[in-house]
Design a protein around this ligand. Structure first.
Ligand code: MTE
Ligand code: HPA
Ligand code: MOS
Length: 756
């Protein structure tokens, strides 16, 4: 019987790329990487490595048969550096050896001579030096210049958030087999089998149909394998083609942490203007994105930052300028939220700072400015079925937020050395790829003669439960037991030109394609059933319920098994392919206006914290959420997505701190130096679903993967409130993460309390 991934995981029975049995003679590859952040390559000495016993071959850029470019957006992304290196950890050569250990040892023997060039690691310095990935982009609504004169309060400041490591459990891995006729089969731990296929074909100078990419599942991706799995897959592919042997590549944790990009750090300058009631009249912001050395997905991430500039608030006058700044760090990349969280953190910082100037609770400003139906976003869309206010209200009433606030005030009055605080965090996240053309998907459905069903589609399972949702869609459409449905590996020979599994739309797009394909077969089956049952019966008189055929609502003696064997015998098609494209999307970049999103997901959270004011340590006590999941297809999965997203967001805001040294080398390259939330850190999480049955989501079940991440932003503001309850003289600098070290120094900075 088919079971879901969660059951296999619990049994330790699921297969990941590294578990795939390797054929006899499989070789192992390991890259030689740059040890300088920016420089010209003067020479490469291979002698010692080549002579090392067990080394089969060492490849460099000259060995690439096709184009030395694996880039998706920009044409600058080389597979192996040739003349220049742009970051520490950039691959320059590839050692292929009999074992993994030999490949690593020999890679360390390759000597590279560099002429070092000046390197820049922070976005503002890069901006000042004119180092950019692309020209700036500007979104605007209304007229900020005119609006300032109507404001009673104008507050300016800066804010910024740090990088974040993905820490997917499964590190970057690929296995490539050469096939007959110069073909290649690749097992890659990627969110984007289609991109891997295209990049490998380009590097190998062969048509895409010669490269088959197969993905069974990932041990997590979180955006870190949307673009950045391609490099490792292409290296394995090159190795396999050059040696005519299977080649495997796999990074250890510290290597993965050093050689791959992270969530983009952002800096920003803001100016916010309000009337005396707290209504925001104008918001001006300039973002400085630290893109790292190469474009990767930075332009798309920058765009999503702009889309989420005003989060779930209506601000009539907005001017947002976004700069993608080139630094000499590993290229930063997609990470849950895709630039959205960075924008939202900056706006919350501006609101917090304004609230302080006005002696208001930030919640007063937040509530007063929530979006309503018909309000404009700064990119041409209007809010529809907007749930910003209803989720805010539902949060208040469901969790009695006012009572909680009173209890916190009373606690703080009684406890001189321990302070609690609560912050609210509303979210509004746009659902669709911001690149309109990516909003398409295909599915291929087969029913075998025993009535079992096979579904192929373009989404990659990475723990988010997309295959479980797809199974449910097929089972519900055919009215059969889920156990009959198998969702196949994600494979480029069955599904062509698939978009990455990203932007939270894996189930929406691929589920819709699956639904279309199943419906086509179902139509054939209904026509057949009508013919079998009565002369005057029509397909529209037929329904299927619990594996049985009904005619005009009456049960018949045709059950699923019989229906399928009759279909086969009567030569009725039992396979179908369907294509889905989200309707109505467009975006005009010359005007920065359009309808980029199929819909928005809303919600609101309350985050409660306690700070130990003697030691600076803190706990996140509770996160209470009202979330708009639509009519959830899989409530357990969605709950898991919300919990996981929140905890990841809390980590980003609190303990996860990426540190590079003066040479651009990652210092936090293992999990003792880089802390992520664990079971003990995770707070109590309460979740209430808001039902919104009218949405363009597949089967009304809204996308859930990324939005909950942003509830975690509340933790930063709860922490700074708790610190201020102890040390009212301290002014927050709005630089996340708020690590325990920073909390400790904040507690005692300019503190005139008797505890200092
Ligand atoms: N959940 C798990 N367990 N593992 C993951 O890697 N990735 C997140 C989210 N939830 C991820 C996850 C990200 S970044 C996205 S875009 C979505 O899942 C992608 O899957 P979906 O489109 O099917 O929701
Ligand atoms: N999200 C994730 N990945 C993407 C997007 C997006 O909006 N656009 C292009 N790639
Ligand atoms: Mo998610 S960052 O769109 O992979």
């Amino acid at each position: 019987m088919q079971v879901n991934d969660s059951e296999l995981h619990a049994q330790g029975a699921s297969t990941f790329t590294d578990d795939i049995p390797t054929p006899q003679g499989t070789l192992h590859a390991f890259p030689v990487v740059s040890t300088v952040a920016h420089g010209r390559i003067l020479n490469i000495k291979l002698d010692a490595a080549t002579a090392y016993p067990g080394v089969v071959r060492i490849l460099s850029a000259r060995d690439i048969p096709g184009i030395n470019n694996i880039g998706n957006i920009e044409a600058e992304e080389v597979l192996l550096a040739e003349q220049a290196v742009m970051y520490q950890g950039q691959p320059i050569a590839l050692v292929i050896a009999e074992t993994e250990t030999i490949a690593r040892q020999a890679a360390a023997l390759v000597e590279i001579g560099y002429q070092e060039l000046p390197a820049v690691f922070d976005a503002r310095t890069a901006h000042a030096q004119g180092l950019h990935i692309m020209p700036p982009r500007i979104f605007s609504l209304g007229d900020t210049d005119k609006a300032w004169q109507d404001c009673d309060y104008i507050v300016e400041g800066s804010a910024g958030s740090g990088a974040q490591e993905h820490v997917y459990l499964e590190t970057q891995t690929a296995l490539a087999y050469p096939l007959e006729n110069n073909g290649l089969k690749l097992f890659s731990a990627t969110q984007s089998p289609g991109l891997v296929q295209r990049a490998c074909a380009r590097v190998l100078n062969c048509p895409m149909h010669r490269v088959e990419v197969d993905v069974l599942r990932l041990g997590g991706g979180f955006g870190g394998k949307e673009e950045q799995a391609t490099l490792w897959a292409a290296l394995a592919a090159l190795g396999a083609v050059k040696t005519k042997k299977p080649v495997k590549i796999k990074l250890n944790r510290d290597e993965d942490m050093r050689l791959t990009g992270k969530r983009h750090p952002y800096d920003a300058d803001f100016k916010i203007g309000l009337d005396q009631c707290g209504k925001i009249l104008a918001y001006q912001v300039e973002f400085f994105q630290n893109a790292g050395a190469l474009a990767d997905l930075s332009p798309a991430i920058l765009e999503r930052t702009l889309f989420h500039t005003s989060n779930s608030y209506y601000i009539p006058n907005v001017r947002a300028t976004a700069n993608s700044c080139r630094t000499h760090l590993p290229p930063n990349t997609a990470f849950r939220g895709f630039g959205g969280p960075q924008a939202m953190f900056i706006l919350e910082s501006a609101i917090f700072k304004a609230a302080q100037a006005m002696h208001l609770d930030p919640a007063v400003i937040q509530q007063k400015n929530l979006l309503k139906d018909g309000d404009y976003f700064p990119y041409g869309m209007t809010a529809q079925q907007c749930m910003a206010e209803s989720s805010w209200q539902a949060l208040q009433s469901r969790y009695l937020i006012q009572d909680r606030q009173h209890a916190i005030d009373a606690y703080n009055a009684r406890h001189p050395l321990s302070k609690k605080a609560l912050a609210l965090m509303p979210i509004c996240f746009g659902i669709s790829f911001t690149a309109t053309f990516l909003n398409q998907a295909d599915a291929l459905v087969h029913i075998y003669t025993d009535g079992s069903v096979s579904v192929s589609m373009g989404a990659v399972e990475m723990g988010q439960g997309v295959k479980e949702k797809i199974r449910k869609i097929a089972a519900l459409t055919f009215a059969i037991d889920e156990a009959r449905v198998k969702v196949e590996s994600t494979n480029t020979t069955r599904i062509a030109n698939m978009s990455p599994t990203a932007a939270s739309v894996g189930a929406d797009l691929n589920g819709a394609a699956t639904l279309l394909a199943c419906t086509q077969i179902l139509q054939n089956l209904k026509t057949l059933a009508a013919k079998l049952l009565a002369d005057d019966a029509k397909p529209e008189h037929i329904t299927l319920k619990q594996e049985k055929v009904y005619l005009n609502g009456e049960a018949t003696d045709i059950e699923w098994g019989k229906l399928i064997s009759q279909a086969y015998l009567s030569r009725t098609p039992l396979s179908a392919h369907a294509h889905y494209a989200s309707p109505g999307l467009f975006f005009d970049r010359s005007r920065e206006q359009g309808k980029p999103f199929a819909y928005h997901v809303y919600g609101c959270a309350s985050v409660e914290v306690t700070v130990d004011c003697l030691r600076g340590i803190y706990s996140i006590d509770r996160v209470s959420i009202v979330h708009d999941a639509g009519k959830s297809l899989a409530p357990m999965i969605d709950r898991g997505q919300i919990e996981g997203g929140v905890v990841q967001g809390l980590g980003w805001m609190t303990m996860e701190e990426i540190i590079y040294d003066q040479q651009g080398r990652l210092k936090t390259d293992n999990l003792t130096r880089y802390k992520i939330p664990d079971f003990y850190f995770a707070p109590e999480i309460e979740i209430e679903f808001l039902a919104d049955e009218e949405s363009p989501a597949v089967m009304q079940s809204k996308a859930v993967g990324e939005p909950p991440f942003m509830y975690g932003i509340g933790a930063y503001f709860a922490l700074i409130k708790a610190i201020q309850a102890f040390n009212p003289n301290w002014q927050a600098d709005f630089c996340a993460p708020m690590t325990p070290e920073k909390v400790l120094s904040a507690l005692y900075e300019k503190n005139e309390s008797p505890f200092n």
